[in-house]
Write a protein that binds this ligand. Structure first.
Ligand code: BG6
Length: 487
């Protein structure tokens, strides 16, 4: 089976911060894969704009080295690699002063290709770079701008940034990436919900007991301490990735699969989140080293830091569909396993007709696994095979497409492959709109304010555990339990 690939128009993609980690590790490998798959046309250009004095050849050597690390050897066909490297160019430019902007303008001025400016730089440079792009004449009416989190530090700074960008770009030109939305299973979630008649009638508080959204990582913050310690799990993960997943699970069916129709529905969810009453529904944690491994504060290089590396929150949505169904969100570093999943836990059967000796029924659980082993499973209760009367057991109805597609020779594309091609196609469906980002911050701000003024800092938890004890209590007190963190 061969994946269908629809080629895109030729483009000039200018990557500010093109020599940085994100560009080298994610973005350029993603573009290379799209070229190998025949989607991005060879007459497109990728121009890195950065401060170092590298020159096009120096940049190409650097990208080649990065591709050798981040792209599987089976994809590194020498001809395609040469073709890709040929499409690369480099402009030495300082985002903070005049140097290099005229050179960038000259590089672009005779090109008819569609233009994308990807700002893979510190967020404080988003506005100054946008302004210089405008004053140096680099913008066309069809130009697109790509920015990535952190999009603000709180509601006020997010709004300020949105306003600054709006003085130069139209909202339809701005692509705010949340890379979780590019993950294959996340998109599949929309197909599952809106392309099947099966789930919609039971997708509500009458039938759903609760929803759990987990994004757990084994890695700590070493190497990213300077960024992470200023942010913490709530800003780094909850405000964006987890709330976005919550929106996709909870939103009403949009009238069309079109950018504003989808984003309008997500926005309604964000605006329906109940403000948290008190500190009881939020648990923040910070990892402790075990077996000689460092504590968070050591990894972050920030003695005495109160920044959280773990957060669990009980969220309620005040609308007709979800009133009474809690959503439990948790995310953290240095946890037992790397696993991201959404579990929709349905209510138990109203009455059991089976004798106690059959064993109890268990609620059906629809688990949507983002990583690893992308796929969807539905836990059902069936009769245990064999003679000896009725005994009940639980089995998963397994739609693990990572394996199925792999067996058919299909590769699941990475999030950046999908998202960068959507920018080029001009499809904003999987990108956050200004009002969504602001609504998410509006709800998150009081959580951060409460943590900042709390007499106690985050709860301590052992590295490679399932998080602080208090996070377990968050569910136990409601008579529920978290799903095991198993990879
Ligand atoms: C990023 C966060 O947005 O997402 C990181 O800043 C986190 O802290 C990462 O590790 C997780 O993404 P993924 O795709 O590796 O699960």
């Amino acid at each position: 089976m061969v994946a269908r690939v629809i080629p895109v128009v030729p483009f000039d993609l200018v990557v500010f911060g093109g020599t940085g980690d994100l560009a080298q590790r994610k973005l350029l490998p993603a573009l290379f894969r799209r070229m190998v798959d025949g989607q991005a046309l060879p007459d497109s250009r990728i121009i890195a704009a950065a401060r170092r004095d590298l020159g096009a050849d120096g940049f190409r050597r650097r990208v080649e080295a990065a591709l050798r690390v981040h792209v599987g050897p089976e994809q590194l066909d020498p001809d395609r690699l040469a073709e890709f490297l040929c499409a690369l160019d480099y402009v030495r430019l300082d985002a903070a002063d005049e140097d290099g902007w005229a050179a960038l303008f000259h590089r672009l001025k005779d090109s008819e290709r569609m233009r994308v400016f990807y700002l893979s730089v510190a967020p404080q440079l988003f506005a100054p770079i946008s302004e210089r792009l405008a004053t140096s004449g680099c913008l066309t009416p069809d130009t697109r701008l790509v920015v990535e989190k952190p999009l603000g530090h709180d509601f006020a700074s997010a709004r300020k940034l949105n306003r600054q960008l709006a003085t130069i770009f139209d909202e339809r030109q701005i692509y705010r990436i949340d890379h979780f939305l590019g993950k294959e299973t996340v998109q599949n979630l929309m197909a599952l919900r809106f392309a099947n008649a099966l789930f919609e009638p039971i997708w509500n508080a009458r039938h759903v007991d609760h929803v759990q959204i987990t994004v757990a990582e084994r890695v700590g913050v070493r190497g990213r301490g300077a960024y992470y310690d200023q942010n913490g799990a709530v800003r780094d993960m909850m405000q964006n990735h987890l709330l976005q997943l919550l929106c996709l699970i909870a939103m009403e069916p949009p009238a069309h699969f079109e950018p504003d129709a989808v984003r309008d529905e997500k926005l309604k969810v964000l605006r329906s989140l109940k403000p948290l009453d008190g500190p009881g529904d939020v648990v923040l944690g910070q990892y402790r080293g075990i077996n000689g491994e460092p504590d968070y504060v050591e990894d972050a290089g920030s003695p005495g830091s109160r920044t959280e590396s773990f957060a669990a929150i009980k969220v309620e949505i005040a609308n007709w569909r979800w009133n009474g169904t809690p959503f439990y969100l948790r995310t953290g570093k240095r946890l037992q396993a790397r696993v991201s999943e959404i579990a929709v836990v349905f209510k138990d059967a109203p009455h059991s007709i089976f004798p106690a000796s059959a064993g109890g029924t268990n609620p059906n659980v629809l688990a949507i696994r983002l990583q690893p082993d992308e796929g969807i499973t539905l836990r059902l209760t069936i009769k245990e095979p064999g003679p000896g009367g009725m005994r009940l057991c639980q089995v998963p109805l397994d739609m693990t497409f990572a394996k199925t597609l792999g067996a058919q020779g299909l590769r699941i594309p990475g999030a950046y492959e999908r998202l960068v091609m959507d920018v080029i196609r001009g499809d904003q469906t999987l990108f956050m709109r200004n009002d969504e980002v602001e609504a998410a911050w509006r709800w998150i701000d009081p959580i951060i304010a409460a943590a900042d003024t709390a007499p106690e800092g985050p709860r301590s938890y052992d590295s490679y555990s399932s998080g602080p004890e208090e996070a377990l209590m968050l569910m136990h007190r409601d008579g529920r339990r978290w799903r095991a963190l198993a990879a």
